[in-house]
Design a binder for this molecule. Structure first.
Ligand code: AMP
Length: 182
């Protein structure tokens, strides 16, 4: 499997696991959060538009991230496959991704839902110390996840593409479960 989408709450370990699998499969790990943070640091037009949304734990407007992902997926290194981490974040983005992949005559193999209880998420996020990881924005990001991103679990389940993995296990156990799957 060379085209995977990682779904799960903030702090579920999506980034860590996506990176391991991408290295194994020698395909790019595409994290919209990483790309946006780099744009904020570099103060590009995208970064300037995205910064306030990110600082407040809100989603960056769909058109910005859809454009970003369209551009990234059309790069040569993404032609053999990719792992998406942090995109799509809502149904509008998921539909935009379906349309984009249809246009590119591609599809995705699986959507991996990393399932982690709330208490563990908050603990993990507080210990990671990122700029947007203070308690208030963590709470808001979790709310945004429940309201906007969690409905994607049903969206992909209905398309028979979803696999849920227990993300509360130790990191190496999660990696082993993922390696088994793919
Ligand atoms: P992440 O690193 O995936 O937790 O993303 C950090 C922040 O970047 C999020 O809280 C959002 O503000 C923004 N972001 C990342 N990916 C998306 C996306 N697909 N749609 C909208 N905003 C995003």
């Amino acid at each position: 499997m060379t085209r995977l989408i990682f779904l799960g709450p903030p702090g579920a370990g999506k980034g860590t696991q996506a990176k391991v699998l991408a290295d194994l499969g020698q395909i790019p790990h595409i994290s919209t959060g990483d790309i946006l943070r780099a744009a904020v640091s570099a103060q590009t037009a995208l970064g300037i538009k995205a910064k306030n949304f990110m600082d407040q734990g809100e989603l960056v407007p769909d058109d910005l991230v859809v454009d970003l992902i369209q551009e990234r997926l059309s790069q040569p290194d993404a032609q053999p496959g990719w792992i998406l981490d942090g995109f799509p974040r809502n149904v509008v983005q998921a539909q935009a991704l379906d349309d984009l992949l249809t246009t590119m005559q591609q599809g995705y193999d699986r959507v991996i839902n990393l399932d982690v209880p709330d208490e563990i998420i908050v603990q993990r996020m507080l210990s990671r110390g990122r700029q947007d990881d203070n308690e208030e924005t963590i709470r808001r990001r979790l709310e945004v996840y429940r309201e906007q991103t969690e409905p994607l679990i049903d969206f992909y389940d209905q398309r028979h593409k979803l696999t849920t993995i227990n993300g509360a296990q130790p990191m190496t156990a999660v990696t082993a479960a993922l390696a088994d799957l793919i």
